[in-house]
Design a protein around this ligand. Structure first.
Ligand code: SDX
Length: 431
């Protein structure tokens, strides 16, 4: 828990209030304002939460100035290079890297939960074939609470644990079913002999008519993409999951809320929007036109995959993803991929432009991921579902941390009211 090292003084209307300053292990201190409204009858005001710590947490640390991302203290670059997704899941959930026996047990527990209830396939049939897979996932993941009643009681630590394993195990199956449904192909059951990433690729691309062999290059690239997206502190979708969970909603409903929030193009939907933007730009010679649009406030256009609320230096995930894009396309024999050329030139031009330099706008995790995913054979509509699969462990880990916190209360922000003052009702005959 944080410790109080000093106090901050606030003077308002001639009265001075002492506010405790709490210190964590690394990162900015926080001013504890929990008693402010009761003592001074004022709220603080921070609509986009640009200066607000909504919780304390021991899971993920980001230093936006240094471009640093730590999962339970381990740098993302080291994990992306030396670990694998299920080991990162264990680390985020339990706080430590597993030994061999712990890893084998965790992998076995996840593998045994990869199938979904057979009845769930009928949910998909209610959707139009051209439904966006994110719409399907929000619906089907929320519906899990109608099937797995034995893991919805959040007061029972064992049920919380089972719900966590079930979601990590079943999200790939549900996302693959959403994809298969959208392309009119039969659902493919999980294969427990395959790795987590390999199983997802098989469920997406295998067909009954012929054998599908998982390409180890794609398997490793998918696993790395999943590690890079696993958690990211108190981002919009994680904050959504925490807020939904603070009311006592069941874990499946909370994750469905997180998926809904992630879908937005300012958040996880940016990977789809970014690739669509790169395709619209099409060739390197059209980049200046789009750079100019991005700088024009009236255009309403932004460079998708660029900028970040926290990173005011490079996003370390984007660096790893860019290197992975080069490797994967090269290994697949895709040389001079036009989208990759446009992306690299766009990055080069933007990073030498005063507008982007002054606003500290760099490529984020969504800038290069779409190029790899498209090379793997995924349609752009599957990019954000893959982000959702990867982030489920982060959402669940943050949710478990919040539920286990004895001081946890329902989240209930206040407001600055700017509407009408009190007035009496007027009958329609007098209006
Ligand atoms: C993710 O929070 C997380 O951790 C998220 C995430 C995670 O892992 O969970 O990292 C995943 O969501 C990554 C971000 C994906 N989104 C995009 O790529 C969409 C494009 N980027 C933006 O819309 C924007 O940069 C945000 C939403 C990412 C951040 O927005 P902020 O922090 O609220 O910044 P802002 O909108 O206040 O912009 C600051 C200035 C503005 O100009 P001024 O009003 O100060 O003159 O920078 C400009 C913006 O107009 N700006 C951009 C821009 N992003 C910001 N201008 C052009 N192109 C852009 N992409």
């Amino acid at each position: 828990m944080a410790e109080t090292t000093k106090t901050a003084k606030l003077t308002l209307d001639g009265k001075t209030y002492e506010l405790p300053v709490l210190k964590g292990t690394i990162g900015p201190d926080v001013i504890d304002i929990r008693k402010l409204y009761g003592e001074a009858d004022v709220f603080t005001y921070d609509p986009g939460f640009t200066s607000t710590a909504a919780t304390d947490s021991a899971i993920t640390y980001i230093d936006g100035d240094k471009g640093e991302l730590l999962y339970r203290g381990y740098p993302i670059e080291q994990l992306a290079d030396q670990s694998h997704y299920l080991e990162v899941c264990y680390l985020l959930l339990y706080g430590e890297l597993p030994d061999k026996a712990q890893m084998a047990d965790f992998e076995q527990r996840v593998t045994k939960h990869t199938m979904v209830h057979e009845q769930m396939q009928y949910f998909f049939r209610g959707f139009r074939r051209d439904a966006h897979p994110m719409a399907t996932m929000v619906g089907v993941v929320g519906a899990m609470s109608a099937f797995y009643h034995d893991s919805t009681d959040i007061s029972d630590p064992w049920q919380r644990e089972v719900a966590a394993i079930r979601m990590i195990a079943k999200l790939p199956t549900i996302a693959a079913m959403a994809y298969k449904y959208s392309v009119g192909q039969p659902f493919v059951y999980p294969k427990n002999a395959l790795s987590y990433a390999g199983n997802f690729l098989n469920m997406c691309f295998a067909v009954p008519a012929e054998d599908y062999v998982v390409n180890p290059i794609l398997e490793k690239a998918m696993d790395r993409i999943m590690m890079l997206h696993a958690d990211h502190e108190q981002n919009a979708s994680t904050s959504t999951v925490r807020l939904a969970g603070s009311s006592g909603a069941n874990p499946f409903a909370c994750i469905a809320a997180g998926i809904a929030c992630l879908w937005g193009p300012a958040h996880g939907g940016a990977n789809q929007a970014c690739l669509e933007m790169l395709k619209e730009i099409g060739t390197v010679d059209r980049i200046p036109e789009y750079i100019a649009k991005a700088k024009d406030k009236n255009s309403g256009f932004r460079l998708m995959g660029f900028g970040h609320r926290v990173y005011k230096n490079f996003d370390p995930r984007a660096k790893v993803m860019k290197q992975s894009a080069d490797e994967v396309l090269d290994l697949l024999g895709i040389h001079n991929n036009p989208l990759l050329q446009v992306a690299k030139e766009l990055e080069r031009i933007a990073l030498s432009d005063e507008y982007f330099i002054s606003k500290k706008l760099y490529p984020n995790v969504d800038f290069y991921s779409g190029i790899i995913l498209e090379a793997m054979g995924f349609p752009t509509s599957m990019f954000t579902p893959i982000f959702a699969i990867s982030r489920t462990v982060g959402w669940i880990s943050q949710w478990k941390e919040m539920i286990a916190d004895p001081t946890q209360k329902i989240g209930r922000p206040r407001q600055l009211y700017i509407g009408q003052t009190r007035r009496d009702y007027v009958d329609v005959t007098s209006r």
